[in-house]
Design a protein around this ligand. Structure first.
Ligand SMILES: [Fe+2]
Ligand SMILES: [Fe+2]
Length: 304
């Protein structure tokens, strides 16, 4: 059994103090938004509970599907790199960017480049699918599992949280899926935005969701993991190689009070069975008073 943990949308807090000149762009709206409400939703102590729990569970690998920061301040990227380090070494943790990680255009070295060791293939993945110059998709291979990491993060106008995969990445994804199927591996696609068109509207959805799901249908995938909606959802997409299970996870830092879903991460146990795969999902969520992490769901997603 390969144990894979998935968390997303940590929206790391507290927010570093922003210099006045850093707010002369889209950031100013986000800054106001953050101090008006979001800082009460995304709490560092909640994220720390989740982080400690994952580390204690010792999964074989951990994936983080974007929105590590909030406004794209250079200091936020440094703090997120420190958090990734707390979670585990780059060989055990894979990260992809979300829309908040591309909030404003930033030199890669000051932005997501800080997480580069977590956002690249490993040697086994590189042998199966060499990383293109644009860096995505990249492939990691460990045991029976192959991770195909995509970037749907694009800079957008204020109040728009949409994403896009683009033609080049979609074409590369198609050939990566074929190659990994030939290698008889369990294919896990990582994407920040929810992949189905009905999962998000124009303002915050994946712009090429239709074309992306067509690739999945034609080339197949076993599991698709995403964030962005800050909610637990499970969908099934019929594909040429059997159903692809699409799972969205809530934010890993959301306070447990109120109407929003509690902070949570999921752990998958993936195993080979005669003629296919078995997959079990365990959800671990933060409960209130005293705040602690508990097993909130256990569910078989695939039996064959
Ligand atoms: Fe988010
Ligand atoms: Fe997002």
């Amino acid at each position: 059994m390969f144990r894979l943990a998935h968390l997303s949308d940590i929206h790391l807090s507290p927010m570093p103090r922003a210099k006045r000149r850093q707010l002369f762009n889209k950031r100013v709206l986000g800054y106001v938004n953050w101090h008006r409400g979001r800082k009460f939703v995304h709490r560092r102590e909640i994220l720390d509970l989740i982080t400690h729990d994952i580390v204690k569970q010792k999964p074989d690998h951990i994936v983080v599907t974007g929105d590590l920061v909030n406004l794209g301040l250079p200091e936020e990227f440094i703090r997120a790199a420190e958090w990734l380090h707390d979670l585990g070494p780059p060989s055990k943790v894979t990260a992809i960017p979300g829309n908040h990680d591309a909030y404003v255009r930033l030199h890669p070295e000051a932005g997501t480049g800080r997480w580069q060791p977590y956002m690249e293939s490993n040697a086994a993945g590189e042998r199966l699918f060499p990383t293109p110059p644009a860096r995505f998709p990249f492939v990691r291979h460990s045991g029976d599992v192959a991770l195909i990491a995509l970037s749907s993060a694009i800079p957008t106008m204020p109040f728009i949280a949409a994403g896009k995969i683009g033609t080049a990445q979609r074409e590369l994804l198609a050939s990566a899926l074929d190659r990994l199927k030939q290698a008889n591996l369990f294919r896990v696609v990582l994407i920040h935005h929810p992949p189905l068109r009905e999962q998000a509207g124009w303002h915050r959805g994946l712009r090429d969701a239709g074309r992306f799901t067509r690739i999945l249908k034609q080339h197949g995938a076993e599991l698709v993991l995403h964030g962005h909606n800050h909610a637990q959802t499970v969908h099934e997409l019929p594909t040429a190689t059997g159903p692809a299970i699409i799972v969205g996870v809530p934010s890993a830092s959301e306070a447990v009070e109120g109407r929003i879903p509690a902070a949570r991460y999921n752990e998958y146990a993936i195993g080979r069975v005669k003629g296919g795969w078995c997959v079990q999902m365990v959800g671990r969520s933060v409960a209130a008073s005293p705040e602690h992490v508990w097993e909130s769901e256990r569910r078989v997603l695939k039996e064959r």
